[in-house]
Each structure stands twice: as C-alpha cells, then as structure tokens.
Ligand binder design. Sequence first.
Ligand code: ADP
Ligand code: GLC
Length: 486
Amino acid sequence: MNPSVLSVASEIYPFIKTGGLADVVGALPAALGHQGIAVRNLVPAYPDMMRQIGKDATERVLTIPELFGGVSHVLALRKDGLDLFVLDAPHLFDRPGGPYITSGGQDHEDNWARFAALSKAGALLAEGAIESYRPDILHAHDWQAALAPVYIRFSASHPPVKTVVTIHNLAFQGSFPFEVFPKIGLPDAAWSIEGVEYYGGVGFLKGGLHAADAVTTVSPTYADEILTPEGGMGLEGLLRGRGDRLTGIVNGIDTDVWSPTADPLIAKTYTAKTLKTRRANKRALEAEFGLLHDDTPILAVVSRLTWQKGMDVLASLCDQIVALGARLVVVGSGDRMIEGAFHAAHARHPSQIGIRIGYSEVLSHKVQAGADALLIPSRFEPCGLTQLYALRYGCIPVVSRVGGLADTVIDANFAARSAGVATGVIFSEVAARPVLDAIAKTLRLYADQPLWQAMQKRGMATDVGWATSAARYAELYRDLTKDVTP
Ligand code: ADP
Ligand code: GLC
C-alpha cells in the first residue's frame, strides 16, 4: 500500500510565496499523486491565505484550545488541486507584513512561537488528532516546520509516523536563544545533543535534522556541499553523521504553470518550433522596461537581491555589461544597497538597463519569455528554480557552478558543444572578473545564432518536470514505511 503524507511548510504556491520553497511545496503533491501517493498540506493562515480561501474554509477539523497563546483551529479544504489543512491561529498569523517579517522589514519577534506552533499542529495531526486521518509520513520543509519531527520523537504516545526533513536552504536555521526552550513544550530530555540544543541556544532545524528518519535536500551537489565546513554552516558534522539517510533530490517545476506554449501571462506563446515568435516577447519586455527596440541581447535577473545570489557582484558590473553591448533587466528585491546600485545603474543607462524593485509573478513570466539569457551568479544555490524556468522558455541560463545550478545546466564548453548537449554557460567563481568573462562568452555564443538557437531548443526539450524526482520521494516514503505499513 502507498503511504500517505502530511506535508508541513510555511509557504505554498499559489497561495503564499516568498521563494522557491512555495513552488516546490505547491507542485510536489500533484506529482506524487501520479505516483499514487496522497499528500495533505499544513500551512499557516496568514491574512493573504485567508483572503484567498475565505469562503471555502468552513470545515474546522480540529480545535487546539491553547497553542502558543491562543485558541487555534485547523481548517480543511481542497483548492486549486491541493488538499489543505490551514492553521488558523490569529494571535500568531493574522497580522500585517510577510510570512517572516513585519511591514518594517524586521523578523516577527515571536517567529519561534509561530513556527513552533506550525510544527506542533503538524505533530498533532500526525499523531492522529483527527480521528479519520492518520498519515504514514510527516514531511517537514525547512526550519519553520523542522520541530514537527522533534515533537514526534519526544512524544509520550510514540506515534508510528515516520518523518522526513527537507533542507531547502541551510542558511536559514531557525536559531533562537536558550530562553525559548522552556516555552516550546518539549521535555527536558530534548535539551540535548539529540534534541534542539545548539551551541547553547535552540536550533529548530538542528533538532529536526537529528530527529527525522530521513533528511533530503534539493540537489545532489548541494547534498555534497553541505557536508563541508564551507557549505554546512555549522551543521556539517551532524549531517555527516546522517550518512546514507541524507539524499539530494533535484527540484522539478510545474510545467503547466511554466509553459511557453500556453502561458497566459506572456505577450505571445511559442514552441521550440516557432522560436521566431519569441521575439514578440522581447519587444514586449523592451516596452515594459522602457528600453529602446534593437537586436542586442537582453540579459535578465529574477531574484532575491542578496549576497547568496551574488547580486552585489552583478550590480557592480552594470557599466561593463552595457559597454559589452548588452542590455540588462532586473526584477527583484532584497538588500537595500544592492537595490540602490541597480537603481543608480538604471539612472546612468536608462535605455539599456531596466529595473523593477518588488515582487511580480507576472513580470517573472514575461522576463523568462522575452530575455535572451538569465544571470544567476549564486554563491550557493541549494537547487534554484529560475534556471529551470529559463531552460523551458528558451532563455539561456548563465550560472555559477554550485548546488542545483551545476546539476541542471550543461556548460557550452568545447566538449559539450561538440557533443551537441550544451544548454547554458557555467562559471566557477563569483567575482567580478569571472562573471564578466561568462557574460562576454554568452555574448559570443549569441552572435552565433545557429548555435544559440540549438541551445535554446535543447533547453526547451530538457526534462525539468517533477516526474523523476517525485518518483524518488515516493521511493523514499515507501522505503521508510515498508516495515510499518500493512
Ligand atoms: P530562492 O527560493 O532561493 O529565492 P529559487 O530559484 O528556488 O530561489 O526560487 C525563486 C522563486 O521566486 C522563483 O519562482 C522566482 O521566479 C521567484 N522570484 C524571485 N524573485 C522574484 C520577484 N522579484 N518577482 C517574482 N518572482 C520572483
Ligand atoms: C531555497 C533555495 C533554492 C531552492 C528553493 C526550493 O529557497 O535557496 O535554491 O530552489 O529553496 O527548494
């Protein structure tokens, strides 16, 4: 029998998204459905979530009289193909700002309580709090859900459920001061190496990585990188100890949402056979960003503007990019200094550099359809999804050789070009010179249009869907439950 899965996460596309986590959590259930695995998804009732599910969320399946300072309910509904459990805890989630930060840009100061609550609710559901529902697996995503396996591991009722933690980004660990420990409702035994104790404080992710029956991350290369002092961010020792219980499963994308042949958000749909039509999207992008119409390549960014993404380096190269004869379009937000540097570059080159600071799902599609190449100079990248969207849209990815970027793009070096397998450009070091060299190489490839178009077509034909990776998750779930499911 196929195991059933309770997924616990702080974001889910299309309801609430700050990054790739939401895309993955939103797309995996359907892909697992094709493997015969039913997934239900527990997520917090942020105001945005409630606005979208409002009238559909009538079924209260569980009341928790006291959850970190107030009464809370779990609502159940099916919407947009997803089976949702929504944690309605107004004292924790009904407030302005984003899922993690206030409107002023600071972390919500009770994030420890908000996500301990999410995890606790997940653990309760997994332990059978609703009579008709007994999942075989609890799958926790990132630190915000990582206490769920800890609650289960230290539960007096020893529920038979198995647990998986997926690391989407080790840079965010949910580390809090010791004072939080007495408030999160774990027994004293959890204040230990096997529990949540982490350098004298409380580590949500650390605890989850220890407690989970299996740990996964979102690409094979990142699974190797996090075992090193540089990539492990303090957790490499613990992760090395997990041995073969740590696997890297590369993310896929939702090929229905991201499909150039049927995308309602782009100026003109196209296929690999009608690549010429793609030009209409380039024209639309130029108009959108006030760039002059011409045939020089448009390089693009759709990203958080942060150090992780190497955006400081890219922002320092704008003048050189223009001098090389290319244009640049940036959609993103993040570090104020980096935003400022891109703004200043736009002011210097208004018809070659277009900037949109903020978050826009619509623009992110328009960029993938209209730009010639997508720049992703990440210092580390657990998987990355934008390079996968780029491949699918015939926008050539130009990426650093890290994590999932290295696992999903094939560099146009001599061997790959000779073998006819190149899909993008890869460079090794995230610093001004190598990034600029990679951009110059990209422009040389662009000048050879037959070669460029062959790369576009190959990218568009690359399998970036979820089927293969969903099968790997299914195999992991089956493996974990083979001794316990009848
Ligand atoms: P990360 O999760 O580390 O930010 P990913 O590449 O996995 O990186 O996922 C980023 C997701 O967020 C993609 O779906 C991308 O299109 C989207 N995204 C990032 N910045 C923006 C933005 N400014 N506007 C719209 N979508 C964005
Ligand atoms: C994180 C990572 C990104 C990954 C995403 C989804 O946000 O930074 O590389 O693609 O999670 O797994």
